[in-house]
Design a protein around this ligand. Sequence first.
Ligand code: HEC
Length: 242
Amino acid sequence: MRALLLCLTLLLSSSPVAAQDTIGLAAPDDVVDSGLLQHILPRFSLKTSIRVVHEPSGPMILGPSPPGEPVFRRGGITYHLRIGDDPRHQRFLDWLRSGVGKSTIDAYLPEQGQPFSARFQLPVTVNAPTFNGDVARGARLSLQHCGRCHVVGPENRLNGLGSAPSFAALRSLPDWAARFEQFFVRNPHGAFTQIVDVTPPFDPARPPPIAPVELTLDDMDAIIAHVARTRAANLGAPLAFQ
Ligand code: HEC
């Protein structure tokens, strides 16, 4: 018994040294519950003699979104690893992204749920343009200035000029935003539209043929933000409108 205790004491007293070589890894519950860590961490340790253990306080952090480096995916979630300056952290990251590491991850079949995939394509993120003008003001300005010719919405559904496309039809074009941003140089608007600080004043020799439209860049942002919210017309066939 004494001998056993002594053995244990020796073992325990040697553990602080071992603890220094141990790095904590925080991970989301679904990853922990899947058993993936028990599968990959010993294999990494075997290879490198660096012990990585699951530890909610880190310092390495695996999360279901950035920041960090994407390391594997499952069910539409890309898990990212955040590491510190410690070169052993970098080694762990490098291993996860090595052929061996990836194969180790891919080979693991959880008892429940889908497997993880370390050979994945990151989903392409399209930065949807944001329109942060004042939507309500944009609605008012559209009706007031553009509604003279365009059907801008249900409000003036019957008042449009036949030759002017409705805002809903324009909205359904893939490049609708560019068209609105430049509408003042596109026909027929140039002859009667002024944008403060952007367009030159009307030529006194050729006054606008109709009551002019005068807008600021803020007004334009508001109109575009409003149009962004407008429902695109369901036109069935692709528009031939130029
Ligand atoms: C006097 C009538 C009139 C007014 C006022 C008017 N438009 Fe137009 N707009 C037209 C006509 C007509 C067309 C179609 C031109 C064509 O088919 O070549 C048009 C086309 C457009 C287009 C598509 C241009 C292109 O080349 O793709 C946009 C965008 C547009 N208008 C925005 C506006 C906005 C925004 C306002 C208000 C600030 C406005 N329009 C005010 C008559 C008008």
